[in-house]
Design a binder for this molecule. Structure first.
Ligand code: AR6
Length: 170
């Protein structure tokens, strides 16, 4: 991948990529975790724009401006709630990465930061989620050689180590 995938420990609201991805819910009207942090940092303009979007289906993505964030855009995606793994969770999570990356591309963006979608409140096992995240990202970067950078922003050491191990295994 020639250094186009970065894994860092940190806070997604501080990233300076063209877009940051929000692990939202279907209403797109805010919540806890990453969603709460992004809305707090972006300010009320973000909520007002989200109110015009009519929500978002699980596994899909919608884009807004970044308002007070360092990133110019927020791509909101809705991860699946983990229900044991036999309810199409993997395909839906792959859809989150696929649609977020393609939304960035459609808007001529070149860099994007992802949180570990669904691995918090939604309960997706992180060791399974990182495999989906990395595999969709590698597929996308292979198909789009001009896309500059995908950053996986990890909130804790455990998630960070899982991404490192997944990348090392490829
Ligand atoms: N920067 C980076 N990662 C973070 C941050 C941050 N500031 N804060 C938390 N994480 P979650 P989900 C990590 O729960 O599971 C919301 O209420 C966190 O440690 O934010 O997709 C929405 O409105 C975890 O590893 O998202 C939905 O209702 C990961 O980000 C629901 O939660 C995702 O945790 C979505 O749940």
């Amino acid at each position: 991948m020639n250094g186009r995938i970065k894994i860092i420990k940190g806070d997604i609201t501080q990233q300076i990529t063209d877009a940051i991805v929000n692990a939202a819910n279907r209403t797109l009207l805010g919540g806890g975790g990453v969603d709460g942090a992004i809305h707090r940092a972006a300010g009320r303009g973000l909520l007002l724009e989200c109110m015009t979007l009519n929500g978002c289906e699980t596994g899909k993505a919608k884009i807004t401006k970044g308002y007070n964030l360092k990133a110019k855009y927020v791509i909101h995606t809705v991860g699946p709630v983990w229900n044991g793994g036999n309810r199409g969770e993997e395909k839906l999570l792959a859809g989150c990465y696929h649609h977020s990356l393609n939304t960035a591309l459609e808007h001529n963006l070149e860099s994007i930061s992802f949180p570990a979608i669904s691995t918090g409140v939604y309960g997706y096992p992180p060791e399974k989620a990182v495999k989906v995240a990395v595999s969709e990202t590698v597929k996308f970067l292979n198909a789009n050689p001009d896309f500059k950078e995908v950053v996986f922003v990890c909130f804790d050491d455990h998630t960070y180590k899982l991404y490192e191990a997944e990348m090392a295994s490829r």
